[in-house]
Design a protein around this ligand. Structure first.
Ligand code: GH3
Ligand code: MG
Length: 540
């Protein structure tokens, strides 16, 4: 995959695209002038110009083009005596267009620049060294590096310089009961505030209100449960452990699509562009985008028609589509929603808004997909999906002559966790285990919740010995995680695991049985260990 571009790369790229657009302007104007006596074509060309000119913030030119489209359409519809108005409108467009082409391009104030901050670095403002030290250790298993500060001024200076991904702020600092909120509010006013979560021993409305007013995105009452804190951090940072969002843009104006693609790329998305609707089905099958951005007007077919064609293809019925259009007719919006468009954005759309809209829709679409195939508590695959994947992976391993291991994991004495610390704490333990599995395993490994407190993992291309090492590392990682229950006491939980390697004579059913038997062996041998089917000892 390509390296993440720097903010300077992005600005340069946008400038190049803009310059390309300016270079193409004279041709666009010439085509317009040539169509002076054919009102229908003139209207279509004027319409295209509205879209591109407004994208590049040539707003006067876009407005003149809109007027020209209006007059040309009236003429085309048989209005009499419109010729002089049409000539005037066309002349204005040509004049403004020539002006724009000869002036140095304005920089676009609305760029999306990549966020290069380390998404695992979190700064903590906490004046109690014991609590700070504990928090640093507790967040390590979740992949967060916490750096703690006890002085608000030094904290502020460090945040400004290092740009951490998020802040954790204790509201009370030293003798000042409001130091945390004041520090955060000051950074907010400076425009240097990363996503912030407040931690406080107060849990009343006034304290929470103060935190919201200061600009906090989250508020956790102390003592803080590390699992809950890690989840909140994931949320505010927008960390997605899955693959990057993919967007396919289909627009016949390649310069306009390049402008959009650059902005989405800067926001960490993978983007492809296509200028010809005819290649859409093939491009979607090859690239598997999460979302389609369609221009409404294209030569050959409209965006609406293309959407209708796609909706008839297998597997594309629910692909989210975002329409971009320069048209303001309400009728179009109704039609767009009719073919199942997510929404319709009017051009010119500011790049940051476009990126936000695309991201929100992909997030929701992935969530919906996940809900259907996944367990709602832990977000891992459900039992049926794991079995499906296991069938596929076993077949693949046989075909390619590669090893495969299947593991079952069961939380130890989980009934006691629920009994002693409450069901809600039990749920957090399960979510933390699921998250640890997803975070530490490879993308190609398949993780699912088998039911209750039992999980299953398919490890393609992994021998039993390798699997035992991996699972044992996970076992130790899980044991290191601290949880807090209803009684506020910190506690730790272990799991046992059974591993079954794929053997020449095994199938999916016997893999399940063997992993289950190995897990049973690990439990009987004393729990908190990993056992490989057929071996005599377990790893602890
Ligand atoms: P062992 O070490 O032998 O596995 O003992 P255990 O207590 O973990 O096993 P047992 O099967 O006796 O108890 C499992 C408990 O898990 C019982 C059930 O109430 C609880 N449980 C199952 N699903 C959930 C869940 O979604 N959330 C919570 N909090 N508890 C659950
Ligand atoms: Mg159990």
């Amino acid at each position: 995959m390509a390296e993440t571009p720097t903010p300077a790369d992005i600005v340069t790229r946008h400038r190049e695209i803009r310059e390309q657009y300016i270079v193409t302007l004279p041709d666009r104007l010439a085509a317009l002038a040539n169509a002076a006596t054919r009102p229908a074509e003139l209207a279509a060309r004027a319409h295209a110009l509205i879209g591109s000119a407004s994208t590049f913030k040539l707003l006067e030119l876009a407005a003149a083009a809109r007027q020209l489209e209006h007059v040309a359409r009236a003429q085309d519809d048989g209005a009499h005596g419109g010729a002089p108005a049409l000539e005037t409108a066309l002349a204005l467009v040509l004049r403004l267009g020539e002006q724009a082409a000869s002036l140095p391009p304005l920089p676009d104030p609305d760029l999306v620049v990549p966020d290069l901050s380390d998404e695992t670095l979190v700064y903590l403002l906490e004046d109690d060294p014991v609590q700070a030290g504990e928090m640093v250790v507790q967040l390590q298993p979740y992949g967060y590096t916490l750096v703690s500060f006890d002085d608000p001024d030094r904290f502020r200076a460090a945040v400004r310089q290092d740009r951490p991904a998020a802040l954790l702020v204790d509201i009370i600092c030293g003798d000042n009961p409001d130091a945390g909120c004041q520090t955060v509010a000051a950074m907010g006013a400076e425009g240097t505030l990363p996503p912030t979560i407040f931690l406080s021993s107060r849990d009343d409305f006034q304290a929470r209100l103060g935190a919201v007013r200061a600009g906090g995105l989250g508020y956790l009452a102390k003592p803080v449960d590390p699992a809950m804190l890690a989840e909140r951090l994931d949320q505010v940072i927008g960390r997605d452990l899955a693959r990057p969002y993919r967007v396919l843009i289909i627009d016949d104006d390649e310069i306009v699509s390049a402008e959009y693609a650059t902005a989405m790329g800067a926001a960490g998305m993978e983007v492809r562009t296509l200028s010809d609707a005819a290649g859409a089905v093939e491009a979607i099958r090859g690239f598997l985008p999460d979302l389609l951005v369609l221009d409404q007007r294209m030569p050959g077919c409209t965006g609406l028609e293309l959407a209708a064609v796609l909706r008839q293809q297998e597997g594309m019925a629910s692909l989210p589509i975002l329409f971009l259009t320069a048209a303001t007719e309400l009728g179009d919006k109704r039609l767009a929603l009719d073919v199942g468009a997510e929404d319709l954005l009017l051009k010119p759309v500011a790049l940051p808004l476009l990126v936000t809209q695309v991201r929100a829709r992909i997030r929701r679409a992935r969530l919906l997909q996940a809900m259907m195939a996944r367990d709602s508590l832990t977000g891992t695959l459900n039992h049926a999906m794991v079995q499906d994947h296991l069938v596929t992976e076993v077949a693949r391993a046989r075909r390619e002559g590669k090893p495969l291991s299947f593991a079952m994991i069961d939380v130890d004495r989980f009934k006691r966790v629920n009994d002693e610390h409450g069901h809600a704490a039990g749920d957090r333990v399960l979510r933390a285990l699921a998250r640890l599995l997803r975070q530490r395993l490879r993308r190609s490994d398949i993780v699912g919740r088998y039911g209750g407190e039992e999980f299953a993992v398919v490890l393609p291309n992994t021998t039993a010995e390798e699997a035992a090492l991996i699972l044992d590392g996970l076992r130790r990682g899980f044991l290191a995680i601290g949880f807090r229950g209803a009684d506020d006491a910190l506690f730790h939980v272990s799991f046992s695991a059974g591993i079954a390697p794929l053997r020449p004579d095994s199938d999916v059913a016997s893999l399940n049985l063997a992993a289950d038997a190995a897990l049973y062996f690990a439990k009987r041998a004393g729990r908190d260990r990993v056992h490989v089917a057929g071996s005599l000892s377990s790893t602890t």
